[in-house]
Design a binder for this molecule. Structure first.
Ligand SMILES: C[C@@](CO)(OP(=O)(O)O)[C@H](O)COP(=O)(O)OP(=O)(O)OC[C@H]1O[C@@H](n2ccc(N)nc2=O)[C@H](O)[C@@H]1O
Ligand SMILES: Nc1ncnc2c1ncn2[C@@H]1O[C@H](COP(=O)(O)OP(=O)(O)O)[C@@H](O)[C@H]1O
Length: 283
């Protein structure tokens, strides 16, 4: 059996940090917006009992790849002879706050659950995924969602499906470094979702990242000429909403050389779900 599945990006439409837990992780309130753009993963079953992974970007070939680690988590649920050959087409910038690695891991969990016919529920896959990263469960559920806790307490939210321009300045920001920085704002009061939806949306990591990485501040200034904009996750990517693809394209055409960008639609359900249903009807 073989098939391929998408691993889409997310935006954090807002990101509030409401406190720090004893284990160093932070409690968040965030609105995850799924996009219709991302990586693609190819799955092929074999009877080698081995997991092999290759990537369009060879720097991702190692065993610390979240895809490989997700596959290892599922291996104990499969017969000893169950093996797979995985190939990652990497389209998303790495370490950009778009959740690409977490999304790849979530797609791997769903893909191997299908390939090896494990019959695990979405909830079981999300719980396994949380061991790999705080961002993995939302991609396993694959819906635009409000998240609390470290990102694992999820409530699906339906939003208008808007067009976004996503711009990634050429700098790498470590999530761990931002969360451990003494100047990070960690005291935003917890609010109920209805109130959060009414407010101006903000990202609590943005002021610190703008200060530490002037290129992010400059990119936001450039994008602000076209539309109100914010940062996603711990950066470095920033985004703005546009009324249509043509106006987003107009801004993209004058993108500074210090950045990459793409246009995507916000979707309430990840295209992963439709692709999983297609593999059902084709297998
Ligand atoms: C901030 C967010 C918002 O969506 O996005 P990104 O910018 O990474 O995409 C995520 O919560 C990131 O999730 P993820 O990238 O899976 O984080 P993890 O691998 O679990 O953690 C990386 C590091 O960030 C810190 N961390 C992460 C999440 C959290 N709620 N509190 C934290 O303090 C921890 O120090 C941890 O060592
Ligand atoms: N499949 C993967 N794709 C991207 N990055 C990965 C993957 N597996 C592990 N990583 C590591 O995770 C880091 C963060 O990846 P990514 O998910 O792209 O960023 P972010 O969490 O900021 O959205 C990368 O710098 C890379 O070292």
């Amino acid at each position: 059996m073989s098939f391929s599945l998408p691993a889409v990006a997310k935006l954090n439409l807002f990101l509030h940090i409401t406190g720090r837990r004893a284990d160093g992780y932070h409690n968040l309130q965030t609105l995850f917006q799924m996009l219709d753009f991302g990586d693609r993963l190819h799955f092929k079953a074999d009877n080698s009992g081995e997991i092999t992974l290759s990537c369009s970007d060879p720097s991702l070939n190692g065993s610390d790849n979240l895809i490989y680690r997700a596959a290892q988590l599922l291996k104990p649920f499969a017969p000893a002879a169950a093996g797979c050959q995985l190939y990652l087409e990497k389209n998303l910038p790495m370490g950009g706050g778009l959740g690409g690695g977490s999304s790849d891991a979530a797609t791997t969990l769903h893909g191997l659950n299908k390939l090896w016919q494990l019959g695990l529920s979405t909830q079981q896959l999300a719980e396994l995924g949380l061991r790999l990263g705080a961002d993995v469960p939302v991609f396993v559920h694959g819906t635009t969602a409000f998240a609390e806790g470290v990102g694992e307490r999820l409530q699906a939210v339906k939003l208008p499906e808007k067009i976004y321009l996503v711009v990634t300045p050429h700098c790498h920001i470590s999530t761990a470094a931002i969360f451990s920085h003494p100047q990070l704002k960690r005291d935003t009061p917890t609010m109920v979702l209805a109130d959060l939806m009414q407010r101006n949306w903000q990202n609590d990591c943005q002021p610190l990242v703008e200060q530490l990485y002037p290129i992010v501040a400059m990119t936001l200034q450039w994008l602000l000429e076209y539309s109100p904009c914010r940062m996603t996750g711990t950066g470095a990517s920033v985004f703005a909403e546009f009324p249509d693809a043509a106006s987003a394209q107009h801004a993209l055409a004058s993108l500074p050389a210090s950045c990459n960008g793409f246009i995507a639609r916000g979707v309430n359900q990840s295209p992963l779900w439709a692709a999983l249903t297609d593999t059902d009807s084709n297998s």
